[in-house]
Design a protein around this ligand. Structure first.
Ligand SMILES: [Zn+2]
Length: 267
């Protein structure tokens, strides 16, 4: 599908597995690829909705599904986010719940002919459980799991514009691309100094020796930091399209490389 003029919401909604009839779903899943969506329901200050991570993942996943010609299924809106619980409205599931859910759903997808599950995730707290689930899915079923960390891709493609903050430009862009009316910049309040939040976050994002997050107030006492005012609706849509393009291209690249390695092994 061409992304030249952006994908209309109606076209994208047709990719949702839940919107398909059974014969449509059977045909779509039989093509071999399914896209799962994982996000989070957690506080993002007074200017972004609780579902920011869920909406961000969904907006990108639908555009990835369009490019891979694959049905899209939100696995869960609530993610693993115990460190946001000090703010009422934030919710969490345990890693074991997320793992079980993914395992159960992938069993059904595999039975329908899916051999490639692409997980489009927008929430750091989900990653360990997704990896545990992927191990089990791959050992129990003839399915390969490929994980796309959509927030990492967004920041990686646009490092200056899309800051890796919490409730800043990157997440505002994602919600703008999903549904602009959910962004309430007129309510903007508080927010920790960006440098201070970034330093706190960097501690938990170290790759060598790192603590595990327990309470997001250790990053930002207000719950958020960043620059949510720096992105327009039009630019947000361009960025989200580029992110989806990059993810779909990377999935094909990874898939091809895995296939070549298998055939070098002789099977
Ligand atoms: Zn978020």
């Amino acid at each position: 599908m061409s992304s030249q003029e952006g994908d209309s919401q109606l076209t994208l909604d047709r990719l949702l597995l839940a919107n398909m009839t059974q014969p449509q779903a059977q045909e779509a899943l039989g093509r071999g690829t399914a896209v799962l969506v994982t996000g989070s329901i957690e506080q993002h200050g007074a200017h972004l909705p609780l579902g920011t991570d869920a909406f961000a993942a969904l907006a990108i996943a639908l555009r990835v599904g369009a490019r891979l010609d694959a049905p899209v299924l939100p696995l869960t809106a609530v993610g693993v986010a115990p460190y946001h619980l000090p703010w009422p409205g934030s919710l969490t599931i345990t890693p074991a719940t997320l793992t079980s859910l993914m395992l159960d759903v992938c069993a059904g997808l595999s039975a329908a002919g899916v051999e490639r599950v692409v997980v489009v995730n927008w929430h750091e707290g989900n990653t360990p459980a997704i990896r545990v689930a992927a191990d089990r899915v791959q050992s129990d079923h003839p399915v390969r799991v490929i994980v796309a960390e959509a927030h990492v891709v967004t920041n990686g493609l646009f490092p200056d514009e899309m800051e890796f903050t919490h409730a800043g430009s990157m997440e505002t862009a994602a919600v703008l691309a999903h549904e602009p009316s959910l962004v309430r910049l007129s309510e903007l309040a508080g927010g920790d100094p960006v440098d201070q939040g970034a330093d706190g976050h960097a501690l938990f994002r170290r790759r060598d020796v790192y603590p595990v997050m327990r309470d997001f107030r250790e990053v930002a006492s207000s719950g958020w930091y960043g620059t949510p005012t720096s992105v327009t609706e039009e630019r947000a849509r361009e960025i989200i399209d580029s992110v989806a393009e990059h993810i779909a291209g990377s999935v094909e690249e990874v898939w091809k490389a895995l296939g070549e390695r298998r055939s070098e092994d002789g099977g």
